[in-house]
Design a protein around this ligand. Structure first.
Ligand SMILES: *Cc1c(COP(=O)(O)O)cnc(C)c1O
Length: 682
């Protein structure tokens, strides 16, 4: 049964950590205790790291939020355990620095500095591509292993002994952010998808082998510590793949409880032991035994549950007005566009204007997973924003960038469009090597060097600091299908390809050619180009012609705030522009023109969906709109109102809305404002 197993396993991992720190079978059955606390419990921390790595990978290694949260939790935990540190005799300033930065200020807190260091290390390695990243993290892990459970063997080699002396002058263990964390973070991101049965068999076999490894190492007396085993990465990959194969959705409460138990349980150990001393139950509650373990576990979970219940209510992503992105639809549209391109012509996904209101970073992530490696944006700032969110590959800036920003372009490896010869000269004069694509003007008269001016194109190609990697034109009549427009477009294409051939003949390499936008993919035969710059079609508009019907990617929804009767003849909204022709009911909906809806929607017969039924828009204000719900008698406050997208059998498409209001889907979508929250699809 598919369930949020990844999150639920966090609870099991927290229990294992408590085991590790309470040794429930000590003295009762030593071998069992060793297996439970030194072998099985060793999956807990790597598991937490892999979950983090998995989500970092999905989020394009945007690490800011994770690091900020980890730091905050760590600082709170350090504060909570200050009395314990004090009771234990305190630290010198030098010990404080070392404990805060690497070892953790209490025995279990090492996990937090390990994340704080391990995540940046893993992110840096990830940039090298998977094989190199995993190899490098594996080497770090192997070094850590030699300082941990394989220590006795490693130090027989004098250079290794010297290395570990140096390492242990800085940190007490090698289980930290440099040696242990990067491998598991990266494995979480790279984890192969396995069939459930394969993963289960692999897990059983690798766990048995790791158990043998641990017992053998113990018999040999090699371990200096026992957090790392040679077979632990294999166990983790199979465990993670097994959980992933059965995973669906998230369980945020399990996440929070596991974290709270992790942070609080040492405090609960102190409490249970203190209580045992008070009531004279030392033998039962203060020694390591199953009763003590159960008591600590119960108190830890109770404390976690109480704290979790005291948490302030979250502000949901669906409170007022929000957009939902359909990742699968975006990926299918991308596949449909690619199928319509000439062989060898790759898709350059246009993500300008926040991906036409869809959210550029989220779309880039989805498209990358679908294999897209080329992106285009309108300006340098949009490109930088994508890079900051970890988007690799080519990012072409389609618009003008001031030459003063040449260092910015270089720093973020953005590819700049050359707007004209003067722009090219100024960019080159900035003295920073830049990747550029040449815009060629074949008739649009917007950006580009005139197609006929091959001398200018050639001069630009020979400028010292410009690395020309592409050349393109933008066709003004690609949308039109009448014979005259088609002839004009054919003429533009002929002049573009002639210019490219002339440059080739003059010995100038111009790289990839590209001429097609969505409309040109729909209306023109496949072009002999390396790229096609496609925006709108990816977002589900402009299918037909050589493209199949495309799927809308975005839904926009808001809430019904209030429902009120309006008597026949009464007016409503500014200027009382709405007049009730009959006794009516109006719903107030929490979205308005400041969120990007056209204000003219009411007078143009605009409609929305409530409870799966179409309802006419009565009036659009800045932040709210009025909807006539007379024919939806059960409409009630709290209902979801759909402005774009599906609800039941009804669907509202951007084309319909745009056509009503005399605009195009591009304008409508790109204006959907930042005030719309982004919500996951339910
Ligand atoms: C916006 C833009 C595109 C993408 O156009 P769509 O019609 O959305 O596919 C392509 N090329 C240039 C130069 C653009 O500005």
């Amino acid at each position: 049964m598919k369930r949020p197993w990844l999150d639920r396993f966090r609870l099991a991992a927290a229990v294992l950590v408590v085991c590790n720190h309470t040794s429930p079978l000590l003295g009762v059955w030593d071998g069992g205790n060793f297996f439970l606390t030194r072998v099985l419990a060793r999956v807990a921390v790597p598991f937490f790291l892999m979950v983090s790595g998995c989500f970092l990978e999905r989020g394009g290694w945007r690490t800011g939020r994770l690091l900020r949260r980890t730091l905050a939790v760590y600082l709170v935990a350090v504060a909570i355990y200050l009395p314990v540190n004090w009771y234990n005799g305190g630290y010198t300033p030098a010990q404080w620095v070392r404990c805060l930065l690497v070892d953790g200020t209490l025995y279990h807190l090492w996990y937090f500095p390990a994340v704080l260091l391990g995540v940046p290390v893993a992110r840096a390695l990830r940039r090298l591509g998977w094989p190199a990243a995993l190899a490098a993290a594996g080497v770090l892990y192997a070094i850590g292993l030699g300082g941990d459970s394989w220590y006795g063997l490693a130090v027989r080699w004098p250079p290794a002994a010297a290395l570990y002396r140096a390492v242990f002058s800085v940190c007490s263990y090698t289980r930290n952010g440099l040696f242990l964390a990067p491998l598991f973070l990266l494995l979480g991101g790279a984890c192969p998808r396995l069939r459930g049965r394969t993963a289960a068999v692999g897990l059983a076999a690798s766990l048995a082998a790791m158990t043998a490894e641990a017992f053998a190492l113990r018999a040999l007396g090699w371990p200096r510590h026992d957090s790392m085993y040679a077979l632990l990465p294999a166990v983790m990959v199979f465990l993670f793949a097994l959980l992933q194969s059965a995973n669906a959705g998230r369980d945020r409460r399990a996440q929070r409880l596991a974290l709270l138990v992790y942070v609080l349980h040492p405090g609960c150990i102190v409490l249970v032991r203190g209580f045992a001393g008070l009531v004279g139950l030392d033998g039962l509650l203060a020694d390591c035994n199953p009763v003590h373990f159960a008591a600590v576990l119960a108190v830890s979970f109770a404390a976690a549950a109480v704290l979790d219940a005291l948490r302030p209510a979250p502000t949901g992503g669906r409170a007022r007005a929000w957009k939902e992105l359909d990742a699968a639809a975006l990926a299918r549209n991308a596949a449909a566009v690619r199928a319509a391109l000439a062989p060898g012509c790759r898709l350059m996904a246009v993500l300008k204007a926040d991906a036409y209101g869809h959210g550029a970073a989220a779309c880039a992530r989805i498209l990358r997973r679908a294999g897209v490696r080329h992106f285009a944006v309108a300006c340098a700032a949009e490109g930088v924003a994508l890079r900051r969110r970890g988007v690799p590959g080519t990012i072409l800036v389609l618009g003008y960038t001031p030459p003063a920003q040449a260092p910015l372009l270089a720093r973020w490896r953005l590819t700049q469009t050359v707007a004209d010869e003067a722009h090219a000269l100024a960019l080159s004069a900035a003295g920073t090597p830049l990747r550029v694509h040449l815009a060629v003007d074949t008739g649009m008269h917007r950006l580009g060097i005139p197609a006929g001016d091959t001398a200018a194109l050639e001069r630009v190609c020979r400028l010292p600091y410009l690395r020309v990697q592409g050349m393109f034109t933008h066709l003004p009549l690609a949308e039109e299908t009448d014979a005259a427009s088609a002839a004009a477009t054919a003429d533009e294409l002929a002049r573009f390809y002639a210019a490219a051939a002339a440059l080739e003949a003059a010995g100038c390499r111009v790289g990839c050619l590209h001429v097609q936008s969505s409309a040109a993919v729909r209306n023109l035969p496949p072009q002999p180009c390396g790229l096609a710059r496609v925006g709108l079609a990816l977002y589900g508009s402009g299918g037909g012609g050589r493209l199949p019907e495309l799927e809308p990617v975005l839904a926009v929804r808001a809430r019904v705030a209030s429902v009120r009767p309006v008597a026949a003849g009464d007016g409503a909204g500014y200027g009382l522009a709405f007049r009730a022709a009959r006794d009516s009911r109006l719903a107030v909906v929490t979205i308005g023109y400041a969120d990007g809806l056209p204000r003219s929607l009411a007078e143009h017969g605009g409609r929305v969906l409530i409870r799966g039924r179409f309802c006419p828009v009565a009036s659009v204000c800045m932040d709210q709109l009025l909807v006539d719900v007379t024919d939806v008698p059960d409409a009630a406050p709290g209902d979801v109102c759909t402005l774009l997208g599906r609800d039941g059998d009804g669907e509202l498409r951007a084309e319909e809305l745009a056509a009503r209001c005399g605009t195009i889907p591009n304008e409508l979508l790109s204006r959907l404002g930042p005030r719309l929250e982004t919500a996951r699809r339910p």
